[in-house]
Design a protein around this ligand. Structure first.
Ligand SMILES: Cc1cc2nc3c(=O)[nH]c(=O)nc-3n(C[C@H](O)[C@H](O)[C@H](O)COP(=O)(O)OP(=O)(O)OC[C@H]3O[C@@H](n4cnc5c(N)ncnc54)[C@H](O)[C@@H]3O)c2cc1C
Length: 399
């Protein structure tokens, strides 16, 4: 066992889970997390739907499928052990027309291939017993999915890292990375650090951090904002737990859905629109450097050309409550525009290739003395502990 210094850039759920797993696998390593904000969990990990995904959607054999299936078990066990609020309430994926019925059957097969147990296709009457206000033709019930407080997961991880002798340094934005011989020199806004190994878990900025470390930035992060509405308290009886549409296989996002929140309330969303700032949570947030980065990336133009109709419709729905509500009514016909109050938003870090394809799987780039997490979109919050274990297994060999 070594006492090498391992530095993790990014105090989101993936960076913290990685630090936690490394501290367990290699207790003599000196583990430090550098986070630019004044608290952990400030971006994607603290602005998401709070759902525990079981691995239904992902291509069998992919890293996503494998790590989502083991990840949800680990995440639930962690929550039990550390008293993090969570609940396994189950989910319905609802088909509303003939095309979706055939996709629903494929989803059932895929989930079974991925090792999910207890999946059941329900007819109209059966699904209405579970969700009395749901519309559509049939539904797939996924019993092991649930809801959780990911901010509390991050706080528990931070405590565990510190208890194991690791450190979480806040307000430390990494601005320079240089490999000098066998040692990394890390320049941050909170002073300089050195490390034997660097792990990049910088989420919305992971491509830029990889570039600072000398990598070519072929795949780029494109930020997609997801906006939510809240269902007004007097209408929350319309949804008991989680009601999702059948996703469009052309698009990696799941489609607007209903989510019960662990501390009460029902959210509807998120949609997926191009954000004009990587950490821009409002429509009006614009950061010129981020916009320039996106607009000068050929991949984005190719993506927009390939998905012209879908991109346009997402944009219209972002500005039209009526269209947003119409999407929700496919799942719950009784929901009305007046039931929807403005909610929060999150920004997804989605890696895109120069060909304009969205990178579907998790992407870990393993280099001598460095590992870069270049794509960790949903369900990476659910799968974070399994991702952390995967990274630790790769890194420990090199320490
Ligand atoms: C709208 C939305 C809904 C989602 N819903 C779900 C869901 O229900 N279930 C699920 O499993 N997943 C969901 N996801 C996905 C999930 O939230 C992410 O996959 C996960 O949070 C990624 O974690 P992360 O640690 O990689 O990124 P982040 O949480 O974004 O953390 C990265 C951290 O790196 C820091 N950082 C960046 N640059 C630097 C720098 N230069 N120096 C120091 N620190 C830096 C940032 O400040 C940030 O704290 C959702 C995501 C979104 C956006």
């Amino acid at each position: 066992m070594s006492n090498k210094h391992v530095t993790i850039i990014g105090g989101g759920i993936v960076g913290l889970s990685t630090a936690y797993k490394l501290a367990q696998c290699c207790p003599s390593a000196r583990v430090a997390v550098l986070e630019k904000e004044e608290k952990v969990c400030a971006h994607q990990s603290g602005h998401n739907s709070g759902v525990l995904h079981a691995g239904l959607y992902y291509k069998p054999g992919s890293l996503k499928a494998r790590l989502a299936v083991s990840g949800i078990r680990e995440m639930v066990a962690f929550c039990r052990q550390h008293d993090v609020p969570h609940e396994i309430c189950g989910k319905l994926v609802v088909a509303t027309d003939a095309t979706e019925m055939s996709r629903l059957r494929s989803l059932h097969e895929r989930g079974t291939q991925n090792g999910l147990e207890g999946l059941r296709v329900l007819n109209y009457d059966q699904m209405r017993e579970i969700e009395p206000h749901v519309g559509g033709l049939a539904a797939l019930r996924v019993p092991q999915e649930g809801i959780v407080d990911y901010a509390k997961v991050c706080e528990a991880l931070q405590r565990q890292i510190q208890a194991a002798g690791g450190s979480v340094v806040l307000g430390a934005k990494v601005t320079a990375l240089q490999l000098r011989g066998a040692e990394w020199r890390i320049g941050t806004t909170a002073g300089d650090y050195t490390a034997d190994f660097v792990i990049n878990c910088a989420g919305l900025h992971c491509d830029r951090i990889s570039q600072l470390a000398g990598e070519k930035r072929e795949v780029r992060i494109v930020p997609f904002r997801g906006e939510y509405y809240q269902i007004r308290p007097e209408r929350q009886h319309l949804v008991r737990n989680l009601i999702y549409p059948v996703p469009d296989p052309q698009f990696p996002f799941l489609g607007v859905h209903f989510t019960r929140l662990i501390h009460g309330g029902i959210e509807a969303g998120p949609n997926a629109v191009l954000a004009l700032a990587r950490e821009g949570y409002r429509k009006t947030d614009v950061k010129l450097a981020d916009l320039w980065d996106a607009l000068t990336f050929l991949g984005l133009w190719r993506f927009l050309a390939k998905h012209r109709r879908m991109s346009w419709e997402e944009l219209r729905r972002s500005f039209s409550k009526q269209l947003f509500c119409a999407s929700l009514q496919r799942l719950v016909p009784d929901v009305r525009q007046a039931d929807l109050a403005p909610g929060g938003a999150g920004v997804r870090a989605q890696a895109m290739s120069p060909d304009g394809d969205l990178v579907q799987d998790f992407c870990l780039l393993n280099r001598p003395r460095a590992l870069h997490v270049l794509n960790a979109p949903s369900p990476a919050a659910t799968a974070a502990l399994a991702i952390g274990q995967e990274i630790s297994n790769l890194v420990v060999r090199e320490l």
